[in-house]
Every structure is written in structure tokens, then in C-alpha cells.
Design a protein around this ligand. Structure first.
Ligand code: HEM
Length: 409
């Protein structure tokens, strides 16, 4: 058992072992493996190296200025060839440490989609969600993954950046291909590169069109920042491209997971029909137990000691998020779904510190509005097929089929 405070420091290879890959094996009892690991303390070692299992420890280390993120090591591990995609990756926000560029771009994005700004867009998002739902056929099996969960964020991207709504499925497909980078699986690299090759001219066309015939949308906001000298032309281009990769895929899986898990459980769904005010808490609680991100990685920028563990410079630190979300030191009855729990805490799915997700507010609004519209329009809907595939890095909804009219027929 490792003490998280005080005492003599120990090396990472003296920590208890957790087999993260085994936890994701098809027949594995994930909860049992994670809860057993918690009994040995908030830290562990695995074939990946240093694992942080404790919620408070994840929170603190994600904010620790002695650690940094390193998106380029993922890009290199995926074997990106030299070319436009590589150049974009080198320059984009994710690849910047704590520098002026990071501060500048984060401030620009916060002005555009920060909590208070984006809350004003909730009515527009509600209308968009309602329109997409109305357009769905009420056939016995609706493909809510592609038609609804991916439809919402990709349509929002179209509205924000002045693209025709018919482009939404294509936008969603691009984002899906690009975010395969988080699979850590090189078989996806050619698909990622070709997605960027399609995305870049499309982004340029959006900007050119907006300059020629301006609309009142998010792109106009960024163009105004560009004209005011707050963003260079390249930064403007990068921001639009980054919105494609960042805003669609993760949100789509968030919407699909919330529907699959909450609609898929009659008791949970009925509770939300009876008490719709619980929707935001239910989404958070469901995300705690079944989120999108399973591991975030940071690196030690120097030799550090934390919680009694020596962490040499360069060490990769894996924040094992579903473990932290089940930390019995923080959540009472951690395996139980309880949207009324009084010990709810900020979720780790959106990262933390200077790298925190800038789209978390809009993502949560989209998920909340998607669920609220579904509940009020189709309270009797029934899940006919819901499948999530999981690996140590992400959970991906593979299928979400729903009988919208359901039990009322
Ligand atoms: C459920 C949906 C989403 C999830 C789970 C998610 C998750 C994440 C995570 C884990 C990070 C890295 C945080 C870190 O390393 O500490 C991140 C970064 C980021 N996300 Fe999201 N995200 C979501 C939706 C969005 C949306 C809708 C947008 C844009 C509108 C967005 C924009 C960004 C940006 C720009 C960054 C880079 C932040 C930086 O490097 O400073 N995300 N997101």
C-alpha cells in the first residue's frame, strides 16, 4: 500500500501492478480489477508505466505545472509522414506547452465558446436538436448514432462555420477519421492523413466564402478577431480546422453514450421523465461511469516527487480516468449510478489545468439538449441495439439503434 502523503519516496517499479490491458479484455470484470487496484492506493505501475488511479491525485497532477502534455509524441508514434497534416499538428494548440501562443489561442477560444458566451447559444442548439429529431424517420429502428448523435455536433459545426447543413455527415466522418489518432493504432494513419487532405481545402473555402459574403456566425467572430489583429491568418485557419477535429467526434460519442445507457435502462429513463431537472446530473453521473476518455497522458518536465512516488523527468504519467471516477476515497458506493449523489465532483473526461477542454460547456449543452428533446418527444422510445467498444484510451459507441415510438405502439 502506497501512502499518498509523507514517508520515504518509492520508485515507480516498486508500486503495485495493474494490468490495464487485461481490464479491457472481452470477458474481464473491469470494475472488479479497478476496485481491487484501489485497495493498494492511488498509484500503480503497468506496462504503460506510471498509472494514477486516485481522483484527487489525477486532479492535482493534471494541474501540476511540473508536467506537460505532448501531443507530438502521439503524432510521431502514429507515424505521420512529413506534409500538411504534420505541419498542422506541429503548429496547433494541442502541441504547445505553457507558452504565449497557448495563452493567446485559449483566450481567443474562451471568448468564442466560454461558459457564459455559449450558454446564450443554448436556445439555438435546442432548436437545431429538435429539427434533427423531427427529420428522423419513425421506422422501427432509427440509427441514432449517425443520424442524431453525430448529426448534432456536425450540424452545429456547419452553422458555426457557414457550411451547408447537407455537409454535416461528411464533417462527422472527417472528425471520426481524424480522432482515430487516439487509438494509438497505426493502421488508421493513412485514413487520418487523407481526412486532413480533404479538410484543409474545405476550411480555406469556408474562410474565403465568409470573407466574400459574411454571415452572423462563429466564423464571423473569428474573422473579426483576425481583422482586429488578435489572430493571424494562419491562426484563424488552424482554429477552424481544430474545431472540426475537436468538436464533433467526442461530443457525438457523449450523446450516444448518454442515450444508450440512460434510455437503455427503464428505471433511469423513467426517473428523467418524472424529474427532467435531473437531466444534467444524470448525464454527469453516467459520464462518470461510462465516459469517452479512458486515459490522458502527461509527462514529467523535471524530476518530481508526488504522493511518496519518485517520478523521473520524461516519465509518462497515465491518468486512468475510469479508475479515478470510481475512487472509493471520493465517491461513496462508487459503482452505483446515482444522479442525486451529494459527492458528485468535476469530471476528468475534459482533462484539466492549462490543457482543459475548451469545448466542455458546449459539449454538455449539446448532450443535455439532445437528451431533453428525446425525453419530451419520445418518452416511450426503446433501445434495440447499443454497443460500445472500449480500449485503454477511449470508449467508442459502435451502434445505437432505437425504436423511437417504442412501447406506445
Ligand atoms: C464530450 C465531448 C468532449 C470531450 C470528452 C472532450 C475531451 C477533451 C480532452 C480530454 C481534451 C484534452 C484535455 C487535457 O489534456 O487536459 C480536450 C481538449 C480540447 N477540446 Fe475537447 N472534448 C469534447 C468536446 C469538445 C468540443 C465540443 C470542443 C470545441 C467546441 C472541444 C475543443 C477542445 C480543444 C480546443 C481542446 C484543446 C485544449 C488545449 O490544448 O488547450 N472539445 N478535449
Amino acid at each position: 500500500m502506497v501512502e499518498s502523503t509523507g514517508g520515504n519516496s518509492i520508485a515507480i517499479d516498486e508500486l503495485p501492478v495493474i494490468d490495464v490491458n487485461a481490464a479491457y479484455a472481452p470477458e474481464a470484470d473491469f470494475n472488479a480489477i479497478v476496485m481491487a487496484a484501489h485497495e493498494n492506493g492511488p498509484f500503480a505501475q503497468s506496462s504503460r508505466g506510471f498509472e494514477v488511479l486516485g481522483y484527487k491525485e489525477c486532479m492535482a497532477l493534471m494541474r501540476d505545472p511540473r508536467l506537460h502534455s505532448d501531443h507530438m509524441s502521439l503524432v510521431n508514434a502514429m507515424g505521420f509522414p512529413e506534409g500538411p497534416a504534420m505541419e498542422f499538428k506541429k503548429a496547433m494548440l494541442l502541441s504547445h506547452g505553457r507558452d504565449e501562443y497557448r495563452t493567446k489561442i485559449r483566450q481567443a477560444l474562451t471568448r468564442a465558446v466560454g461558459a457564459s458566451v455559449i450558454e446564450k447559444q443554448r436556445p439555438m442548439i435546442r432548436t437545431l436538436v429538435g429539427d434533427i429529431l423531427n427529420d428522423l424517420s419513425q421506422a422501427s429502428e432509427s440509427d441514432l448514432l449517425h443520424k442524431f448523435a453525430f448529426g448534432v455536433p456536425s450540424s452545429l459545426f456547419c452553422l458555426w462555420f457557414g457550411a451547408p447543413l447537407e455537409d454535416a455527415p461528411w464533417i462527422a466522418g472527417l472528425s471520426d477519421r481524424i480522432l482515430k489518432i487516439f487509438s494509438f493504432d497505426r493502421q488508421y494513419t493513412p485514413g487520418i492523413i487523407s481526412a486532413y487532405d480533404e479538410l484543409f481545402p474545405y476550411v480555406q473555402k469556408r474562410i474565403d466564402d465568409a470573407l466574400e459574403s459574411p454571415k452572423d456566425n462563429l466564423l464571423a467572430h473569428f474573422i473579426a478577431e483576425n481583422k482586429a489583429g488578435h489572430l493571424t491568418d494562419t491562426e484563424l485557419f488552424h482554429i477552424v480546422a481544430m474545431f472540426n477535429e475537436a468538436s464533433t467526434d467526442n461530443t457525438a460519442h457523449g450523446i450516444a453514450t448518454a442515450i444508450g445507457e440512460l434510455l437503455g435502462n427503464r428505471q433511469r429513463w423513467q426517473q428523467l421523465i418524472d424529474q427532467p431537472e435531473l437531466i444534467p446530473a444524470a448525464i454527469n453521473e453516467n459520464m462518470r461511469l461510462s465516459g469517452r476518455i479512458n486515459t490522458l497522458i502527461r509527462y514529467a518536465s523535471q524530476d518530481i516527487e508526488y504522493g511518496g512516488v519518485e517520478i523521473p523527468e520524461g516519465t509518462g504519467i497515465s491518468f486512468f480516468i475510469p479508475a479515478a471516477h470510481r475512487d472509493p476515497r471520493v465517491f461513496s458506493l462508487p459503482l452505483e449510478y446515482d444522479p442525486t449523489r451529494t459527492d458528485a465532483h468535476n469530471l476528468l473526461d475534459f482533462g484539466g489545468g492549462v490543457y482543459t477542454c475548451l469545448g466542455k460547456h458546449v459539449a454538455m449543452i449539446e448532450i443535455q439538449e439532445a437528451l431533453a428533446e428525446l425525453i419530451s418527444n419520445y418518452p416511450n422510445a426503446q433501445v434495440t441495439n447499443f454497443d460500445i467498444s472500449s480500449n485503454p484510451f477511449v470508449n467508442e459507441v459502435a451502434e445505437l439503434k432505437v425504436d423511437l415510438v417504442g412501447a406506445s405502439t
